[in-house]
Ligand binder design. Structure first.
Ligand code: NDP
Length: 434
């Protein structure tokens, strides 16, 4: 805390990981050597830069942007770019730190990084978004490369923004090497990448329920957020027989008493993706109740999938969920549960998956996109889905191996943290001190 004052999200992420690691380090003191822990919590490099661009009225706008290159121990830096007015160094350092562990869990050779800007895409025209992305790349391009650092999307950065940034990258580098993942299909994207994080989260839930011998059929599911991850988590949950009750955005929750079927989920997706609208626009629809200013967690359900943003589920929300009989909580978002909420889930015996395990399907499929780009091949839908499924199963297996309690149940937090740590630590220690 003395070293990183004013970085609460980063310190929260480090605390969560180190709480799992201290008991492990007591048992395996060989991992305590060579300043390993000190090196792990210090990004290899942080770049901060100004982005100046011209809006539609001809006014100059100035934003602040960063790229946090956390660890290249097991491969090129890899992690998304986030555009949101709340973006700051603490949030990006926490995301890059988490990403390093998550990427290690995927079994693919990717290091960890994250970047973004305090730019708010809401209410901006297409032209403004394009000019912002291009201006950002004027600086960022020199820090990227297919074997150096490969960004992707995150909150506020979808296919449109990736396209503008990848296009400018090509222009500036005079090189067609694939430096972004999450690209459009017409220029090197992978089938299934848009679906991967949400689908992967639900595949992970299936694994957890199966391992604990619990049923999924007919389970009521709370989804928060209504962006990329939320939409595909909802679609897959519905497809597998769950009843999806909610979506949310930063203004409120949309509640469907009888559940969102695939058609209703598509309507939400169209509203958010094509019209860039707000859920409140569906308030008058007889199928839905709109709950302004509310998050979904007070609604009784068996499964909760937080898919919006960090710290969107606190201790009180967790106690309400547990009181209402929630069985399984799997994070589609990064660090959506506060440390207090995590404790509530662990103490109550709820099946709880931290994002670095349950949402790793997105970056895993980005890894598959990189493989396809290197091979100059495109795998078909079923092939990518099959690999995604296999990776989620493997991550679940790692969590079970490293997180099994004496009574046979699984602490997925410890499991994910220890499995990822062992992989990153072995790579760092093998490569000497630098
Ligand atoms: P999107 O931008 O597509 O959607 C984000 C959703 O979260 C929107 O519904 C948004 O509502 C809501 N949201 C964002 N910020 C806030 C906030 N401060 N308070 C309340 N609601 C908020 O992003 P993604 O779906 O891609 O990402 C969602 C989460 O999943 C993030 O934590 C991200 O890091 C994580 N993730 C994403 C991956 C991916 O492949 N996309 C991979 C792994 C993790 P509104 O419209 O009101 O802003």
């Amino acid at each position: 805390e003395r070293r990183d004052p004013g970085q609460p999200e980063f310190l929260q992420a480090v605390k969560e990981v180190t709480a799992s690691l201290w008991p492990f380090l007591d048992r395996f003191p060989e991992y305590g050597r060579d300043g390993l822990m000190e090196r792990l919590v210090e990004p290899e490099r942080v770049i901060q830069f100004r982005v100046s661009w011209v809006d539609d009225r001809g006014q100059v706008q100035v934003n602040r942007a960063w790229r946090v290159q956390h660890s290249s121990a097991i491969g090129p830096f890899k992690g998304g770019m986030r555009f949101h007015p709340t973006v700051n160094l603490s949030i990006l350092k926490f995301l890059a730190f988490e990403q390093t562990f998550k990427n290690a869990l995927t079994t693919l050779p990717m290091g960890g990084g994250k970047g973004g800007a305090d730019f708010d895409p809401k209410g901006k025209s297409d032209g403004e978004v394009m000019r912002f992305c291009q201006a950002l790349m004027l600086e960022l391009h020199r820090h990227l490369g297919p074997d150096t650092d490969v960004p992707a999307g995150d909150i506020g950065v979808g296919a449109r923004e990736v396209g503008y940034m990848a296009g400018m990258m090509k222009k500036l580098s005079n090189h067609a090497g694939a430096v972004f993942t999450g690209k459009g299909l017409s220029y090197g994207g992978s089938l299934m990448r848009p679906e991967a994080t949400g689908y992967g989260t639900v595949y992970f839930v299936e694994q957890m329920l199966h391992h604990a011998r619990r049923e999924t059929q007919g389970a009521r599911v709370l989804v928060s957020g209504s962006g990329n991850v939320a939409q595909f988590a909802a679609l897959k949950a519905d497809e597998l027989g769950g009843k999806v009750l909610t979506f949310s955005d930063s203004d409120g929750t949309l509640y469907a008493r009888d559940g969102f079927d695939a058609e209703a989920i598509r309507e939400v997706a169209e509203l958010k993706n094509l019209r860039r609208g707000r859920l409140s626009e569906l308030a008058g629809d007889a199928r839905f109740d709109y709950l302004p200013g509310k998050r979904p967690w007070h609604i009784p359900a068996e499964i909760a999938l937080p898919c919006a943003t960090q710290n969107e589920l606190d201790g009180d929300d967790a106690r309400t969920l547990v009181g209402n009989g929630v069985v399984c909580v799997a994070e589609g978002a990064n660090m959506p549960s506060t440390l207090e909420a995590v404790d509530v889930f662990l103490e109550s015996g709820t099946l709880y998956a931290p994002g670095k395990a349950s949402n790793a399907g997105g970056v895993a499929t980005s890894g598959l996109e990189m493989s396809q780009n290197s091979l100059r091949l495109s795998w078909h839908h079923a092939e990518v889905d099959e690999r995604l499924h296999a990776i989620m199963k493997e991550i679940h297996g790692h969590c079970v191996r490293h997180g099994k309690r004496e009574d046979g149940s699984v602490n997925y937090v410890d499991g994910a943290n220890i499995a990822a740590f062992v992989k990153v630590a072995d790579a760092i220690l093998s490569q000497g001190v630098y």
